[in-house]
Design a protein around this ligand. Sequence first.
Ligand SMILES: C[S@@+](CC[C@H](N)C(=O)[O-])C[C@H]1O[C@@H](n2cnc3c(N)ncnc32)[C@H](O)[C@@H]1O
Length: 265
Amino acid sequence: MIEFGKIYNENCLETFGRLPDSFIDMTITSPPYDDLRDYNGYHFPVEEIAAGLFEKTKEGGVVIWVVGDRTYNGSESLSSFSHAFAFHEAGFRVHDTMIYAKNNPIPSDCGKRYRQAFEYMFCFSKGQPKTFNPLTIPIKQEKAFKSFRITKVGRNDLAHDHVAPKERKVNNIFFYNVGTSSSKDKIAFEHPAIFPEQLVEDQIRTWTNPGDTVYDPFMGSGTTAKVAGLLGREWFGSEISEEYVELAVRRLEGRKTGSAASNSG
Ligand SMILES: C[S@@+](CC[C@H](N)C(=O)[O-])C[C@H]1O[C@@H](n2cnc3c(N)ncnc32)[C@H](O)[C@@H]1O
């Protein structure tokens, strides 16, 4: 049986073997994809991982899969789309293709291309998502308005007035700072590719409720563990590198005396 609050130092495929079926409410992760060399060349069988996650995800659960493409000889690797097809093939719905846009992308020349400033945040769902707590922004308009429909003879007012909504859902392009402003934990930057903490917070709040189970199969520096814990979710993870598990554990120990991700509560 699985232990919550633990990062298993193993291949995520081995962790799947510990889990009962339909166990996870939400997975959020950024897979190694094109960076195999930076992670000591661990094999990355995306079809097997997608099938395993499908089996272990509850009906209505989601996987947030944050992925980009490497550029080889001036064109893109297409890892992102091949992963989306693999998850679809495994049985997931592609519920929403969201964008993680970077306020401060790494400066680079990019040849005959514009500067790369985003990654995909695929939301794969097992059936219809069971939880959706959308992020919202206030709307300024305050007047009540009448409902109407357009008929063959023109505009036809309906009987009732509506109170104007005070807020609306945000768009599906989320903007975050990357680099040193994406976490206050200096130690986290010993890992080469960490998540912005706010990204993880926004996604966990959207797709889960307190007490739900959150999993990260590629835990890296432990960002998912830190944020899920602060938000009162049960969490566990996998990380194949012993060095990164040690790093994540040190980071999590530090957070007991440090500050929370912003807006938590
Ligand atoms: C992009 S990083 C994740 C970073 C993480 N989101 C964070 O905020 O620190 C991907 C991680 O997956 C790990 N990894 C690669 N293959 C793995 C596998 N099969 N099972 C578990 N972890 C793996 C790598 O060691 C690396 O730390």
